[in-house]
Design a protein around this ligand. Sequence first.
Ligand code: NDP
Ligand code: HSE
Length: 435
Amino acid sequence: MRKIGVGLIGWGTVGSGVVRVLLENAEIIESRLGAPIELKRIADRDIERRRAVKVPREMLTTNIDDILDDPEIDIAIELMGGIDFPRGVIAKALAKGKYVVTANKALLAHHGNELFDLARNKGRAIGFEASVAGGIPLIKSIREGLAGNRINKIFGILNGTANYILTRMTDSGLSFGDALKEAQELGYAEADPTLDIEGMDTAHKLAIASAIAFGTPIQLDEVHVEGISGIDSLDIQYAEELGYQLKLLAIARNIEGRLEMRVHPTLIPKNHVLASVKGAYNAVHIEGNAVGDIMLYGMGAGMMPTGSAVVGDIIDIARDIVCGTPCRIPALAFQPERLEKIEIRPMSDVSTCYYLRFQALDRPGVLSKISGILGKHQISIAAVIQKGRHEQEWVPLIMITHEAVESNIRKALDEIYGLDVVLAPTPLIRIENHN
Ligand code: NDP
Ligand code: HSE
């Protein structure tokens, strides 16, 4: 019987999950595939550190070429992280005729277009299910299950670390720093956690998922990105009082032939389905013109869920090797020559509701000055609360607007910050009331 040989490069959190899934579920995987998958080598720069699963010493190497040059290894699994180094390793693996599986969204968001072309030219596939939404089979769902649909919208939570931090801050009153530390200890955060908290990791995932959903090349530079590092726990508290919960959302929509891709902290009503997505869980709402609305939910990060997604890719590729049908499914769901850039809808055109917090002087006439400027820019106010009552002192003034166009909000804020009764800058958080 044909064995499928695999070599793992990067034996960290996700690598350990992959080893466990391959070893613990070997029998069930073979029953499904009709051939055994053999983990032949593991490469890492440190092969002395203790890992979650023990493997025979002779399986370990510090030399990646031991995997790339081994003719019995069909699939190279890249789980090191980073960009330039793994890009070279994957290119070399493809050049040597290997199939590749990676969880590296940063690499694919930057160089996926080029790597997918390279793989195709070599008649090889790159599996990357784990790169978006951890253990949730999101790529497979869009690329295969929803292949008959025109997709209009992807909307959801795509970063486990940020969601974990916001959950711990909201539900347990933890500080940002303590919540991040916990997420790191649990293996959710990137080696460089600024990618998680500044929204870039979510942007990487949104750029990849949007390409597959909307039939464009990966366009990372077109994603508007704001992270959660500037979030004040005061705003979480005030928003709660107003019936909202804060989430870092990824939103991509095709609006009349223009593509909107944005990542930013967002308030959603407490009874919104995404408000119940806690901890490192991710959830993604997809709207297709045939299926309607669907929601995918599951762990977005961590050793075993991500290991599950990587092994799913290994099995998919192994099936194609066994059946002699490599590259049956195009990497980005569409035939490469049919991928087309879609015009991008700028943030200035986005229309949504806003949470605004001003630090204003508690003096007669201040509120009417602010609301007058908002009104002049066609922004109407849905709710106002003032915190505290300290004549002649700075107090927080919180406003929720009805739907307004972002360019108008920006113009109004510039004018409001010009008032000598308002301190600048203060937070602006977008609100999404619908799916
Ligand atoms: P880890 O840092 O835990 O593991 C990476 C491993 O690769 C470490 O052992 C690291 O060694 C090793 N390594 C790094 N560079 C090299 C190199 N040049 N040569 C040899 N070994 C190297 O990362 P994760 O497992 O968390 O993440 C791996 C990939 O999976 C990343 O691309 C990440 O974005 C992605 N991912 C992670 C998820 C998660 O939940 N953690 C979920 C989805 C995707 P050292 O420790 O010495 O640096
Ligand atoms: N750091 C990422 C997250 C890992 O927290 O979502 C999963 O991609």
